[in-house]
Design a protein around this ligand. Structure first.
Ligand SMILES: C[S@@+](CC[C@H](N)C(=O)[O-])C[C@H]1O[C@@H](n2cnc3c(N)ncnc32)[C@H](O)[C@@H]1O
Length: 390
């Protein structure tokens, strides 16, 4: 492909990605793979170049751009050499017209900027390292770390290894043997905030595909009870093969019916030493991995998420035994989903006490702590640990 054809391909892909973000369709990565499946003439260098252009354009625009061409013209504003690709050649984009609009550069959507004013928003779009968690059911970090000379120890999480550059860890025998799992240090810390230990009853209420469930399984070391719940069948079904690889036996799974969660969990009422609510959220803390999510979030969607989080907290609290703990986490830096959500819970349950969820990582916010990509090098999270009255 010529440089102009690559830019035109990027524009076409951006048009599809913009429409899909607006209509709740497939993710950018899926759309890019589909696009190239039907364009076999594009070699691996072409595909990489187009992908880089597309992601550069996505990262540059906090708000959903008018069109793929406007998004690409934004890149021209930053790198005038790219203008030469707008040459009107048969497979290239039409020449730039005088006064033609480029998408404005902004790290975050304008409507969210005030809510993120306390954070270095550029860092929300930075490059994420690759973090692994050593599975203590099978190995120790001390034994595994020397096998990977490129790895450094994560500064806060007890079992984490960090790689500056990503690599195909799923091709590595240590991943296939369940000795390591891919998990951001922030997620590892949320599992640590549960302080799960052998003999405990632990409920992971929003387990998804089980990222944190597996860390909790390692913490209870096969002694105790671990119940993983979710309302999404597809996500929950991904837990079993991961658990098998990790050697995490006897995880109970419960697929919940939205709106009827409490009834399905009635037998666990007042029994859990710890309940983790890793709530569905806007994902503002994971934009560095998924920058196009900025184009999907709307005030309505955020309001629905905040209402769902509050409802899930009301399902979770009665499961905790007297003296047990409720850990609430979101991969978001928006107070509406984090500190304000827990303030509201604390307003209704004044006798619950907030505790420090973990050591020095992050900084205090409301009743909990935030982990921030710029300061902590993790994805962005809010986490609070609340102790049930005895
Ligand atoms: C942030 S994700 C969980 C990620 C997971 N804990 C992990 O570590 O990979 C939130 C999950 O909450 C689930 N969810 C949404 N509404 C729920 C509800 N009412 N009860 C339980 N889970 C729910 C979603 O399906 C989603 O899998």
């Amino acid at each position: 492909m010529t440089p102009a054809a690559r830019v035109q391909a990027g524009i076409e892909l951006l048009d599809t990605i913009i429409a899909s973000a607006r209509d709740g369709g497939a993710a950018a990565d899926t759309l890019i793979s589909r696009y190239f499946k039907t364009r076999r003439y594009a070699g691996s260098k072409d595909r990489r170049a187009v992908r880089d252009l597309v992601y550069a354009a996505i990262r540059r625009s906090g708000d959903r751009p008018q069109s793929g061409r406007a998004a690409m013209l934004g890149l021209v504003a930053d790198d005038p050499a790219l203008a030469a690709a707008f040459d009107g050649s048969p497979h290239g984009p039409a020449p730039v017209e005088a006064g033609e609009g480029a998408a404005p550069a902004a790290p975050v959507p304008a409507w969210l900027a005030p809510q993120l004013a306390d954070y270095d928003t550029a860092a929300l779009l930075g490059r994420a390292p690759l973090d692994l968690r050593v599975n203590t059911l099978k190995a120790t970090r001390d034994a595994v770390a020397p096998l990977w000379p490129d790895a450094v120890l994560t500064p806060h999480a007890a079992n984490g290894l960090r790689f500056a550059a990503p690599f195909a860890v799923e091709d590595d025998p240590r991943w296939r043997d369940g000795i390591v799992e891919v998990q951001d240090e922030g997620s590892q810390l949320i599992a640590e905030a549960c302080a799960a230990a052998p003999g405990m009853t632990v409920v992971d209420l929003c387990a998804g595909a089980g990222g944190k469930t597996l860390a909790l399984a390692a913490a209870i070391a096969g002694q105790g009870r671990l119940v993983a719940c979710d309302t999404n069948r597809d996500r929950l079904s991904r837990l079993a093969p991961r658990a098998a690889r990790a050697g995490a036996t006897a995880i109970e799974q419960r697929l919940l019916d939205p709106g009827r969660e409490a009834a399905a969990l009635a037998d666990l009422a007042g029994t859990a030493d710890v309940v983790l609510v890793d709530a569905p959220c806007s994902g503002t803390g994971t934009w560095r991995r998924n920058p196009e999510a900025r184009w999907r979030l709307t005030p309505d969607r955020l309001a629905r998420l905040v209402a769902a989080q509050a409802a899930i907290l009301q399902v979770a609290a009665p499961l905790v035994r007297p003296g047990g703990a409720l850990v609430y986490a979101v991969c978001s830096l928006l107070d509406a989903e984090g500190a304000a959500q827990v303030d509201s819970f604390a307003g209704q349950c004044a006798d619950w006490r907030a505790e420090e969820p973990f050591g020095p990582a992050g900084r205090a916010r409301g009743h909990g702590r935030v982990l921030d990509p710029a300061r902590d090098g993790t994805d962005g999270f809010f986490v609070a640990r609340l102790r049930c009255p005895t």
